[in-house]
Ligand binder design. Structure first.
Ligand code: ATP
Ligand code: MG
Length: 357
């Protein structure tokens, strides 16, 4: 699958713009603050029903306007498809796929598979466990509707548990009932995360070796309290740790604490990796993510690469460009010096919310 057109109306600094996309490298070139990342964000928002830069949908609306529209046209199985995303100042939101209203976002996510790679992605390697969980969840959500639903339900229970833990009087039985529900969701989520991480690890090993010319071995390990536990064991584990939750007034145990450990030559890259090793590990993770989605969905995901050429050295840039030359990518950059001998490329100049012809 690939995107053929992006239309923006009142989206951030784009008042009205229609962008034709090729099934190859779409390069958006421009100075700072012109609207390059906004293009990436618009595509992401159209595919996930929400932005990755803000939790407040109405920040996406152009200053002074009261609604926005994003239209994504794409070809899939030789058919033309269209998704529209609308939001207004009163936070009324509507997503339509081929004219059909999307009632639950779980019914839609995964329709347009996406891999995003931006300077903030480095947090996956450098940052807190939550960034790595997000990375894994983003893959799981694009692959499984039940994963999205079970995860949402778990988070609802967790919220209820945490608000009870804030009370002066805590009803243990109420929490035990929640634990019973949560243990079902945990079982499902842990099994799914484990399966995805194991598959990702296989791709990562091959890619890491290629990038580093056999010098580095990567290993991804899923860190959770609940591996290979039955639902009953999970429930007991949660019940047994309730006393700690009560002391801390917040749920300490649960899949909201899971982590993905990334090892390079048997050392934890987040603690001991050099800057370059962290960037290489991230490149490996993102390309493995791409391969995994491609394999599992039997469709080619769209690569969104926001300003990452400045983060990579020439060897890694060449590796990446070679890797993606036959797929669709949307790349933003302030410098196009790395563009040499590439055939399937369309370069557009971005200037103050407009594309220069
Ligand atoms: N809701 C909005 N309405 C109007 N303009 C906005 C809105 N939100 C952001 N902008 C403007 O969009 C501009 C471009 O943002 P964007 O992040 O796309 O820049 P960029 O080209 O990626 O720049 P850089 O190279 O620095 O990353 C910013 O100057 C910002 O002020
Ligand atoms: Mg930017």
């Amino acid at each position: 699958m690939y995107l053929t057109k992006l239309k923006l109306e009142n989206f951030r600094n784009y008042e009205n713009e229609e962008i034709n996309l090729i099934n190859g490298i779409n390069l958006f070139l421009g100075l700072n603050a012109q609207g390059k990342t906004n293009i990436i964000e618009a595509i992401y928002t159209g595919a996930f029903g929400k932005s990755y830069r803000t939790l407040k949908d109405n920040e996406l609306i152009m200053f002074g306007k009261d609604y926005l529209n994003i239209t994504l046209e794409y070809e899939k199985n030789n058919l033309n498809n269209i998704t529209t995303f609308y939001i207004d100042n009163l936070n009324r939101k509507q997503i339509k796929n081929n004219e059909v209203k999307i009632k639950k976002i779980a019914d839609y996510v995964g329709e347009i598979p996406i891999v995003i790679f931006s300077p903030e992605s480095l947090d996956v390697v450098k940052g807190s466990p939550s960034k790595r969980r997000n990375f894994i969840d983003m893959i799981c959500c694009q692959l499984s509707k039940s994963y999205i639903i079970q995860h949402q339900e778990y988070m609802k229970c967790l919220k209820m548990k945490n608000s009870m833990l804030k009370n002066d009087y805590i009803d243990d039985n109420y929490i035990y009932v929640l634990h019973e529900k949560m243990s079902k969701y945990i079982k499902y989520i842990v099994d799914y995360r484990k399966e995805i991480i194991d598959k990702l690890n296989i791709y990562a090993k091959t890619i890491q070796k290629k990038i580093t010319e056999d010098n580095e071995e990567i290993n991804l390990i899923y860190n959770t309290d609940f591996l290979n536990m039955t639902e009953e064991e999970i429930k007991k584990y949660l019940d047994d740790h309730l006393y700690i939750d009560k002391l801390r007034k917040i749920a300490i145990k649960g899949i909201q604490r899971d982590d993905l450990e990334i090892y390079i030559n048997e050392q934890d890259v987040s603690k001991f990796g050099s800057q370059g090793q962290k960037r290489t590990a991230l490149l490996t993770l993102k390309l493995s993510n791409f391969e995994l989605l491609k394999q599992e969905k039997n469709e080619i995901p769209i690569l969104l690469l926001d300003d990452i050429m400045s983060e990579l050295d020439s060897k890694r840039i060449n590796f990446l460009l070679k890797y993606i030359e036959n797929y669709q990518s949307i790349i933003t950059t302030t410098e196009d010096t790395f563009v040499k001998n590439i055939d399937n490329i369309k370069i557009s100049k971005v200037s103050n919310g407009r594309l220069e012809k």
